[in-house]
Design a protein around this ligand. Structure first.
Ligand code: SAH
Ligand code: SF4
Length: 367
């Protein structure tokens, strides 16, 4: 099977061009077409001689994500539903000028990208896990989410080619650390100056707690930020809502985080969705505060986004504030996301789920 051109590093292609006895500067030209101009066909690479284009076409695919559906909310969060080569659907979310959530506030455009079709981890509250896991995304399918979003943006701006995304959060559909090899290669490409050019410090990888892979990530030569989907500060609560905790409990997870911290010296973020009556009790505040201090982490409180078909609900605003205040009074750095994009099903997996349900219904009606 052919691999896709956007799964290749510049070093790999230099080697390939050497074998073809093509000059190295042609590789530079190729990468400009792919990552600066973001072209969608070989024909557009007009300064490459025809014989090189033919060789490339023969050896590689050049897949492009197709936009199936887009939702934009009033606060300009945009959600994209993409169709992949095999018809699978995935989501990316564009969050412009996101205030101080994953670093310093500035003129930022953050893209939340997916790493799998569905998710095998089955957290009880999450739309991505509802229908199970279908497959891992290929390197190019992760990379293409950034390019396709920038293409869409250029089109909106009347064809103006500009860089848009300068922040990445790997918090879309799927468990990134369960697609480890492809994730690392995609981030290598998105980080490289010849590729996406997004600084490693501007890339946040979120995991539900795959402790061994966190340790592995600590060994990589990148300064990625790490976010942990904690959502419970005791094994009792976490076991109830996140099956992954039965495999890697809080103790193992926190040891892996400490190891990451010791290697990278970066502040970790603990993501904590507030779910009414499940994990918003005051009994969670003490262990959460202790864990945050131990890991030198800040806590991101996120009011739960209702998912159709699931019984969970977000707590009332007073309950959210109470939880935040209790944490802060323990000296923990915490923020409460006064949710953007609630009106567009901002949590990942929801637009796909909705679309697939609508499609299934349409087929049923047609039959
Ligand atoms: N699998 C990885 C990354 C993707 S999930 C992980 O779990 O970290 C991205 C984030 O969205 C996670 O923190 C997840 O817990 C959260 N999330 C899932 N469903 C949600 C919902 N309905 N409302 C708010 N956040 C949700
Ligand atoms: Fe998968 Fe993350 Fe959703 Fe859990 S929260 S089911 S790990 S995508």
């Amino acid at each position: 099977m052919k691999c896709d051109i956007k799964s290749q590093t510049i070093e790999e292609l230099e080697k390939q061009f050497q074998e073809w006895e093509c000059p190295a500067y042609r590789v530079t030209q190729l990468f400009e077409w792919l990552y600066k101009r973001k072209v969608t066909s070989w024909e557009e690479m007009t300064n490459l001689p025809k014989n090189i284009r033919e060789k490339l076409e023969h050896a590689f695919t050049l897949e492009v994500l197709q936009l199936v559906r887009k939702q934009g909310s009033r606060d300009t969060t945009q959600k994209f539903l993409w169709k992949l080569g095999d018809g699978s659907l995935i989501e990316s979310v564009l969050i412009p000028a996101n205030p101080a959530l994953y670093g310093e506030a500035s003129d930022r455009h953050t893209l939340c990208v997916s790493t799998q079709v569905g998710c095998a981890y089955g957290c009880k509250f999450c739309a991505s896990g509802l229908e199970g896991w279908k497959r891992n995304l290929g390197v190019h399918e992760i990379v293409e989410q950034v390019l396709a979003t920038e293409r869409w943006n250029s089109k909106e701006k009347g064809g103006e080619q500009e860089r848009l995304i300068n922040n990445l959060v790997i918090m879309g559909m799927g468990e990134p650390l369960a697609n480890y090899q492809n994730l690392i290669k995609a981030l290598t490409i998105l980080n490289a100056p010849w590729g996406g050019g997004i600084g490693a410090r501007k890339i946040t990888v979120s995991t539900s707690g795959l402790a061994p892979q966190i340790r592995k990530l600590a060994e990589e030569p990148f300064q990625f930020r790490l976010a942990i989907s904690l959502h419970g500060a005791t094994d009792e609560v976490r076991n109830k809502i996140m099956p992954v905790n039965r495999k890697f409990n809080l103790n193992e997870l926190s040891n892996a985080c400490e190891y990451y911290l010791s290697k990278k010296g970066k502040m970790i973020t603990l993501e904590y969705i507030l779910i009414k009556g499940v994990n918003d009790g005051m009994d969670q505040v003490k262990p959460l505060g202790e864990l945050a201090k131990k890991l030198n982490a800040k806590v991101n409180l996120i009011p739960y986004n209702n998912v159709e078909g699931l019984p969970w609900e977000r707590p009332a605003e007073e309950a959210q504030e109470k939880f935040l205040n209790a944490l802060e009074s323990r000296g923990v750095i915490a923020t409460l996301r006064r949710e953007k994009g609630h009106d567009i099903d901002a949590a990942c997996g929801q637009l796909r789920l909705k679309t697939e349900r609508e499609l299934a219904q349409a087929t049923e009606t047609a039959a």
